[in-house]
Design a protein around this ligand. Sequence first.
Ligand SMILES: [Zn+2]
Ligand SMILES: [Zn+2]
Length: 70
Amino acid sequence: MNARKEKVCQEEMCADQWEALSPELRAQCATFVYCPFCANEMVTRCSACNETIHDFGFRYCPWCGADFGE
Ligand SMILES: [Zn+2]
Ligand SMILES: [Zn+2]
């Protein structure tokens, strides 16, 4: 199983603003530490199971075993 590591803001109020960003801009957001819309700390999430990943260097998801393919 393949998945992606997604850097996201956990604040639901920001979801619409993130949706409005272009894919190119969202790709750059992977390096962000804080959300530009609410200043909360961004979290890394597995795109397969949506669980939070605490180490961005993980090659496999510790929750569902998905391969991040890096
Ligand atoms: Zn936010
Ligand atoms: Zn997972």
